[in-house]
Ligand binder design. Structure first.
Ligand SMILES: Nc1nc2c(ncn2[C@@H]2O[C@H](COP(=O)(O)OP(=O)(O)OP(=O)(O)O)[C@@H](O)[C@H]2O)c(=O)[nH]1
Ligand SMILES: [Mg+2]
Length: 468
């Protein structure tokens, strides 16, 4: 149990209409009460839990602000300790004055994530739920929000905890057999045990596979926009983002550095990367930009290759050159999902368009005609993007792993379970089997926090903001 009382600003720093300052610890209510004068002369310490009180924060006879104070009593609070939340006016000056006052009254400044750490240590949340709190705060689109909420409700950790318990049961039975080694008895039913291992393998596999989707959703799907100079890459970026983010001009080589921005489409975060047009050039700055373009393609999951349909409609030479370019990208980045986009179709005839797209379809499975300038076809493009991303698991509300620490522990648990499985098939002696089971249990425990150490906790909570 922590003896000190911590204080921090829970709302973002800077000024706003209202700010919330939070205290947690044994003395939280007592300390707040010393600095608070209720309008109806109530003594805070005598008030019931989950009540709100209007009054003033005072230092001696000086009034700092008029505030609302909410109190939550141990154990019915976020941290499981006495908690006081003070809603004050949101000037940075007032926030600082109040916090300083509480520090003088014996509070300590909270470290990053310390409120949630205390909630974990007091059994209010398990570790993966605590981590979901951080994800929830940073979620900025529907998909990442949905995943964080699900994890916070405990969906994924309760599944793991249940399997861990069943496994623990078998571990104890097998260890019990060891005590009766002379009698050669079998307490742990091997058939049932094998079935459990099958089930665990299935669940672990599904969770491990979900990480690919989860990771992408959490960080936004990187989409590189590439193509020759002047084909309209920056115009398309602006159309996708719905704002004038990149400079557009008729001069080839306008974009020299990469420009990135994120936007949520259909609830999924996409990170579009506008790149410098690829061409042979003597210009040093431009060639650095082009080198960067290739690096960006390497990082992207989807490559949108833009071509200027006006040029392609002029004849075979231009078409052949583009076909070679497309093949080059396919060879260089065979793993990437490639979309070929025919831009500027507002300037060509329908029959020209039919001819050009037919030719390019033999090189790429998806060819999308658009006019970045008028916005024609951009919606079809975003729909195609959404369909490319396998979000089936998300739509089916399945558990998705987004945290690399969990992923790591799941992989290790999987490895150990495979050993147990092999041990069962080869009639491995009980003592060796028990060791592998214990190892698997260890990695399960790492996820939910049954097994922790200070370094691990320090690492996890250091990524939180102060005041959470
Ligand atoms: N008619 C027409 N013009 C377009 C279209 N899209 C872009 N343009 C024009 O093409 C020119 C080049 O557009 P940008 O978006 O700057 O091209 P870019 O590919 O980013 O060029 P770099 O940055 O130089 O590689 C500009 O004059 C645009 O207005 C389109 O769909 N139709
Ligand atoms: Mg550009």
């Amino acid at each position: 149990m922590h003896n000190d009382t911590i204080v921090a600003l829970a709302t973002p720093s800077g000024s706003g209409a209202i700010a919330v300052i939070r205290l947690s610890g044994k003395e939280a209510i007592a300390i707040a009460s010393k600095c608070f004068k209720s309008v109806s002369n109530k003594d805070l310490e005598q008030q019931a839990t989950h009540t709100i009180h209007l009054g003033h924060i005072m230092e001696d006879h000086r009034t700092i602000d008029q505030v609302l104070v909410s109190i939550f009593k141990d154990p019915n609070s976020y941290t499981g300790e006495n908690v006081v939340e003070i809603s004050c006016h949101g000037s940075s000056y007032i926030q600082q004055e109040i916090i300083q006052l509480f520090l003088r009254q014996g509070c300590r400044m909270a470290t990053a994530g310390e409120f949630t750490l205390r909630a974990f240590l007091n059994g209010k949340l398990d570790l993966s739920q605590a981590e979901a709190v951080a994800d929830l705060i940073s979620s900025d689109n529907e998909a990442s929000h949905q995943i964080a909420m699900q994890q916070m409700r405990g969906g994924f950790s309760s599944e793991i905890a249940k399997l861990r318990e069943e496994l623990l049961n078998f571990a104890s039975l097998i260890e019990l057999e060891l005590d009766f080694a002379e009698e050669d008895v079998e307490f742990a039913d091997r058939t049932q045990f094998k079935q459990l291992i099958e089930r665990i393998t299935f669940v672990l596999k599904r969770l491990i596979d979900s990480f690919a989707v989860g990771n992408v959703i959490k960080n936004g799907i990187p989409v590189a926009i590439v193509g020759e100079p002047n084909v309209g890459k920056s115009t398309l970026l602006n159309a996708l983002l719905n704002e004038d983010r990149a400079i557009v001009s008729e001069i080839a080589g306008t974009t020299r550095d990469t420009i990135e921005d994120e936007i949520s489409i259909g609830g999924i975060g996409f990170r579009f990367i506008d790149t410098a047009g690829i061409r042979e050039t003597e210009d040093v700055v431009e060639s650095i930009g082009i080198k960067k373009t290739f690096e960006k393609i390497a990082q992207a999951q989807v490559v949108m290759f833009l071509a200027n349909s006006i040029e392609l409609a002029t004849g075979d030479t231009a078409l052949k050159a583009i076909e070679i370019e497309i093949e080059k990208i396919k060879n260089k980045f065979p793993q990437k999902q490639l979309l070929v986009i025919l831009n500027k179709i507002d300037q060509i005839t329908d029959s020209e368009l039919a001819h050009v797209s037919n030719r390019l379809r033999s090189h790429a499975s998806t060819v999308i005609p658009i006019s970045a300038k008028t916005g024609f076809g951009v919606e079809q493009l975003t729909n195609t993007l959404l369909n490319l991303i396998n979000t089936g698991a998300l739509r089916n509300n399945e558990t998705i792993v987004t945290n690399s620490r969990h992923y790591d522990a799941l992989l290790k648990a999987f490895e150990e379970i495979e050993k147990v499985k092999y041990g069962l098939e080869t009639d491995l002696s009980g003592d060796l089997l028990a060791i592998d089971i214990r190892q698997a249990l260890y990695h399960f425990g790492e996820i939910t926090g049954e097994i922790t150490n200070d370094d691990l906790l320090g690492n996890i909570f250091a990524n939180f903001c102060i005041g959470k």
